[in-house]
Design a protein around this ligand. Structure first.
Ligand SMILES: [Zn+2]
Ligand SMILES: [Zn+2]
Length: 538
């Protein structure tokens, strides 16, 4: 069987792997690339995902860097099922539509700018409507159930302990009478994370795709992190100041609600205003409450004690823009939790604009900040950052608390790998910045003697065929800026095609074999590309 690394390699976003066994094709994850124009261009090059030919998509969890291109697949002709857990389905319902809205808004903004610059029209990657349509393809499965998907192919979703509904996916594939097992770690959770359970242990497998977000770092303990946060909040209270926490709408926001709620209930913090200022986070919190069967034991116990672990006395959920703006008029000290987590979009940008320049304010960064994002610049100590076209001074106290991470750290990843015991296990280290993936890859091969590789983007691999391994083929097409008007190009295409047919006819008359595999393959590819384009225009 074959694998193609379509994303989430040598970068943390765009997770996607194409798997092929004979004519059966499927994807594991179908994430959006985020973090800079160059990387985001890849979101438009989805022809190699072969949307119309996919039988299904296996989805590890709802985060957009894993699920964000699913609506685009449906738009490009994907008619199969998206297999995931129920909580992932529920979260995707709000997250994909939100993503569709963002795509529409971005295209609109580009168009306003583009018109002034005389550029062509920007088309959204997909719309909220596309996202809604794609939800019909989702089919939930339970944790730990073995689900047959095709002849000689079955899967099992195990709890990855990363966010609500997140999964490690085990895939058993039969080929030429032999069964092998692939494991996709998905994003692996941090142990002792609030609300969700710890990652499940996997012991058997032949090939593993392993995430490496924090492959070179150790997190502080959960207890230490909570104490640090409480100290910051107390200091803000003493100076009548605000604490702004940019947080991913899913999981991190609920972790903060849980932590502050527990501290207030125990009397470690006085009751203070806590604003959850993100419509998406509010919807996600509702979904958490609905899926309480995914909670860990500690959280279950709070629930059965009659308390709501996702509620705080004095919490304010602000859905409308007016409510959001009113937060700035509240002069009491308090905490504002808002998305996006990497400070690149959403309402948190308004709060940063309002607070970054104030010396008494506190900004608490609790999640991963990808290269190229505003959050990363703040963490890296920028003196100013640009928000809404305005240069804003960074004078507030900036804190980075790694212990709230929803990802395992280096030790967590190594511990998880240590349970695997097949000496011939091959590991593809993915979902990490290049340098970090390489570091973890080396560490694993030294410590456990497994064969490890950090794949390249668009690399193709034949799995389980010794002779063909280690021969990566790369096909990276660079996008050329258009040099001629579309009409000229189309005419040229017409002429080329006619010439080609004439030439083939001639060859055939001469008695040449025109059905050689090389020609046939090239033509089929051209045909596929045109069809994909046709689908896109519909
Ligand atoms: Zn994730
Ligand atoms: Zn991820």
């Amino acid at each position: 069987m074959r694998a193609e690394f379509l994303g989430g390699v040598r970068t943390v976003t765009g997770s996607a792997t194409l798997l092929e066994r004979d004519s059966l094709k499927w994807l594991v994850d179908c994430g959006m690339f985020q973090g800079g124009e160059e990387l985001e261009k890849r979101n438009r090059k989805t022809q190699p995902y072969k949307a119309p030919k996919l039988s299904f998509i296996l989805l590890t969890h709802a985060h957009i860097d894993h699920s964000g291109l699913i609506p685009k697949m449906v738009r490009e002709g994907f008619r199969g099922k998206v297999i995931c857990t129920q909580a992932t389905l529920d979260l995707c319902e709000v997250m994909l539509q939100d993503s569709g809205h963002i795509q529409e808004m971005e295209a609109e903004w580009q168009n306003r700018k583009g018109k002034r610059a005389g550029r062509g029209e920007a088309v959204p990657l997909y719309t909220a409507k596309d996202a809604e349509k794609s939800l019909r393809h989702f089919q939930p499965v339970g944790y730990d159930e073995i689900v047959p998907l095709a002849e000689g192919l079955k899967v099992r979703f195990r709890d990855a302990g990363h966010i609500l509904g997140s999964a490690i996916i085990e895939i058993w594939v039969e080929e030429e009478g032999q069964e092998r097992k692939l494991i996709f770690s998905g994003d692996l959770g941090n142990s002792n994370q609030p609300i969700v359970r710890d990652p499940s242990i996997v012991e058997e497998g032949d090939v593993l795709w392993l995430e490496s977000t924090y492959g070179n770092r150790l997190h502080k303990s959960k207890e230490e992190t909570v104490q640090e946060l409480l100290k910051i909040v107390r200091e803000a209270i003493a100076h009548q100041a605000k604490v702004v926490i940019p947080a991913f709408a899913v999981e991190r926001t609920q972790d903060i609600i849980y932590t502050l709620g527990q501290s207030i209930r125990r009397g470690d913090l006085p009751p203070i205003p806590v604003y959850i200022d993100s419509p998406l986070a509010i919807s996600a919190t509702e979904i958490f409450k609905k899926n309480s069967d995914c909670f860990d034991r500690e959280t279950q116990e709070i629930l059965s004690g009659g308390e709501n672990p996702l509620d705080i006395p004095g919490i304010m959920f602000t859905r409308t823009t007016e409510e959001s703006k009113a937060i700035n008029e509240d002069s009491r000290p308090g905490v504002i939790v808002s998305a996006s987590g990497m400070c690149d979009a959403g309402r948190v940008k308004h709060h940063l604009k309002h607070h970054l320049w104030r010396e008494e304010s506190h900004i608490v960064i609790i999640g991963y900040q990808a290269e190229g994002t505003v959050g990363r610049r703040i963490v890296d100590g920028a003196k100013t950052v640009r928000l809404f076209g305005e240069e804003i001074a960074v004078k507030a106290h900036i804190h980075t608390l790694g212990g709230f991470s929803a990802h395992a750290d280096q030790k967590g990843l190594l511990d998880w790998v240590s349970h695997l015991h097949n000496p011939r296990l091959e590991i593809f280290v993915n979902h990490g910045e290049e340098k970090i993936s390489l570091e973890l890859s080396q560490l694993i091969s030294e410590r456990f003697h497994f064969k490890t590789t950090v794949p390249q983007w668009r690399e193709k691999r034949v799995l389980f065929t010794e002779a063909e391994q280690g021969m990566p083929e790369r096909e990276v097409e660079e996008e050329q800026p258009p040099e001629e008007p579309l009409s000229v190009l189309l005419n040229r295409l017409d002429r080329t095609y006619k010439r080609l047919r004439r030439k083939m006819k001639k060859e055939k008359k001469k008695g040449e074999d025109v059905s050689r595999p090389g020609w046939w393959k090239q033509l089929e590819e051209a045909q596929q590309k045109l069809e994909a384009l046709e689908e896109e225009i519909e």
